[in-house]
Design a protein around this ligand. Structure first.
Ligand code: ZN
Length: 309
């Protein structure tokens, strides 16, 4: 019934992408539950379908096998660490693997939201420790994260940026203007630097190094209506910046493969839309400007002091 109403609504009030919009886009997954064979199969088949339509690979940022949330799921589905790593290796034949970080104050209470390090709360000690443990796990299982990162809960701050840069990460997909994916640090940073939706930028954390940011646009997981995606996109596009570069995103567990593939089939037919993937980014094949920005070192020091007080 709801679907019928929506169809009627979109017939009466059609949703179209702005005429002057030029959209260059990729796909990033927050991959969390591939220990469940059904979810793995669905994701694997989707990634193949996505490449068949767009000619590009999706990025699957994955969680380590020592992350408490993943461990709980592995126990439930009787999946060993080795099997999880094998599944990620299999996935890398149809997608580009990256790192998806989730961090905790108390790993034993991982099912409770307050135990997760999210937007305004964090502990630098735990963040640093869990970050390096995750990377160790990838290394132990010879999994290449390809220097690509996407944050769990869209969590981001100067310390995580510094950790990523120090570990050699080149691209981050954690910044977004969409209200579903807001993070206070990321939003403040983009406001301060007047960064519009779909504008790529490079952050230089003073004395540490640089990382490139490609923003997340909207989710692409479930809706059967192309108009829903258009409506969501129109909410965040800035009229003065119609040249939009950014990612669509989804979790592995809430993906609706048929609807998402339909969406990309429709997008692909539009002359103003083109697709890119991790290889295009990493090999520098895309003609994208990354606006330089600087995160001053004094702010990092002040925040570090605040975080240990
Ligand atoms: Zn996540």
């Amino acid at each position: 019934m709801k679907q019928d109403l929506k169809r009627l609504l979109y017939t009466v009030r059609p949703q179209r992408l702005p005429r002057n919009l030029v959209l260059t886009t990729g796909y990033v997954f927050h991959t969390e539950e591939v220990y469940n064979d059904d979810i793995f199969r669905r994701l694997f088949d989707f990634c193949k379908g996505y490449t068949a339509i767009t000619g590009k690979q999706a990025i699957c940022t994955v969680m380590s096998g020592i992350s408490p949330k993943v461990r709980a799921g592995m126990r439930l589905f009787n999946c060993s660490e080795q099997k999880l790593a094998d599944l990620y290796h299999q996935l890398s034949s149809v997608a580009t693997i990256g790192y998806h970080g989730h961090f905790y104050f108390n790993a034993d209470l991982h099912q409770r939201h307050e135990a997760e390090i999210r937007s305004n709360n964090f502990s630098i000690v735990q963040l640093t420790e869990q970050f390096s443990n995750d990377l160790e796990w990838f290394k132990k299982h010879e999994l290449n994260h390809n220097d690509l990162y996407a944050g769990g809960w869209w969590f981001m701050n100067q310390h995580l940026l510094s950790l990523l840069i120090k570990a050699g990460f080149k691209y981050d997909f954690s910044f977004s203007k969409h209200r579903f994916f807001l993070n206070q640090f990321s939003l403040d940073f983009m406001i301060e630097h007047e960064i519009k939706t779909g504008e790529c930028f490079e952050i230089e954390v003073e004395t540490i190094g640089k990382i490139r940011e490609v923003q997340n646009l909207i989710g692409s997981s479930s809706s059967a209506f192309f108009e829903d995606y258009v409506r969501n996109l129109k909410r965040i596009i800035h009229p003065a910046h119609p040249k939009v570069v950014g990612m669509f995103n989804s979790h592995d567990y809430d993906l609706h493969p048929a609807n998402a593939l339909n969406f990309f089939t429709t997008l692909k037919q539009l002359p103003q839309v083109s697709f890119f993937d991790a290889a295009d980014l990493l090999d520098g094949r895309l003609n994208i400007d990354f606006r330089p920005t600087v995160l001053p070192v004094h702010r990092l020091q002040n925040d570090m002091l605040a975080s240990v007080r």
